[in-house]
Design a protein around this ligand. Structure first.
Ligand code: PLP
Length: 293
């Protein structure tokens, strides 16, 4: 486990810099904006290809695991476990024989139990489920972080941080301290199995409001790819969406406007968001529909 800086966006570069040697390729599963950023960054450093993509479905679903194509000479396959902006999430993970699986788990780490033994490397910026921004967690197999290529800058080498217990230079101590408090809180909640259950109950409330609306709310994600962290939905017109955003804000809901790159509406239900808050939102959604439907 490494505690680094630079956010998940720096991992988009560190992964290929450290793990994609010349003569090898990296497969990226394209599921939306964050996967695309990781893919574009990898192309700056080496040969990256799309191992699967749901672009044809406008990234409203996670590709079937059986559609993931691993080409010969692949150094690793990269996935984004939860697409924060699009609102889709992997429900199960591919098993790749002999090729390390790398996952950006920035927006759903510690929201559910995960079998880490399936992965070569997992990374996550802290600011969604782990604590304040400033620290980035990397969980990796020893053999992937023991020897970085010689040309990589000192601070961008996994072996630098692995060989110095994440203390090669001054770590972001406040963020690490806060993360420890969040981990204790999570343990007190009953751990990952309990938080998974809670997140399912929370999001069922909001998806329920979408599903009983008779098309007034349109969920963006296809049902079997629905995220338990970011719920994306649309209304009949942008004008109505604006009204929804404004009225919900007046009622004390924060940040329901969708990401500026896609529009629409998005409710984020990270670990820190309470059941009561999700219940209140579902009630607001029913009420808004009755007034505007
Ligand atoms: C927020 C987010 C990022 C970017 O994280 P930074 O720490 O701000 O660089 C990357 N990937 C996913 C899936 C995210 O949700």
């Amino acid at each position: 486990m490494l505690f680094l800086q630079g956010g998940a966006s720096t991992q988009f570069a560190m992964v290929p810099m450290n793990l994609l040697p010349a003569g090898k390729k990296a497969g990226y599963v394209l599921t939306g904006s964050w996967a695309d950023k990781a893919y574009k960054e990898a192309k700056l450093f080496g040969n990256a290809y799309a191992a699967a993509s749901s672009e044809a479905d406008k990234f409203t679903r996670i590709p079937s695991l059986s559609d993931i194509v691993v080409e010969p000479d692949t150094a690793y396959v990269h996935i984004t476990s939860n697409e924060t902006i699009g609102g889709i999430q992997f429900k199960e993970f591919p098993t790749l024989s002999g090729v390390p699986l790398i996952a950006d788990m920035s927006s759903d780490i510690l929201s559910r139990p995960v079998d880490v033994s399936k992965f070569g490397l997992i990374y996550a910026g802290a600011q969604k489920n782990l604590g304040p921004s400033g620290v980035t967690v990397v969980i990796a197999r020893d053999e992937l972080v023991q020897e970085s290529p010689k040309s990589v800058a000192t601070m961008l080498r996994y072996d630098t941080h692995a060989g110095n217990d994440s203390l090669y230079n001054t770590p972001p101590v406040y963020s690490v301290y806060m993360m420890n408090l969040v981990l204790q809180w999570l343990r007190d909640q009953g751990g990952l199995a309990a938080i998974e259950q809670r997140n399912a109950e929370k999001t069922d409330l909001i998806y329920g409001a979408i599903d009983r609306s008779g098309g007034f709310y349109r969920g963006v994600a296809q049902p079997d790819s629905r995220s338990r962290m970011n719920i994306t939905f649309r209304l009949a017109s942008e004008e109505l969406e604006k009204r929804f955003a404004k009225e919900s804000e007046q009622q004390g809901f924060v940040g329901l406007k969708g990401h500026r790159s896609v529009g629409g509406l998005r409710a984020s239900t990270y670990n820190a968001v309470t059941y009561e808050a999700c219940k209140a939102l579902a009630e607001f959604m029913d009420d808004f529909r009755q007034r505007n439907g």
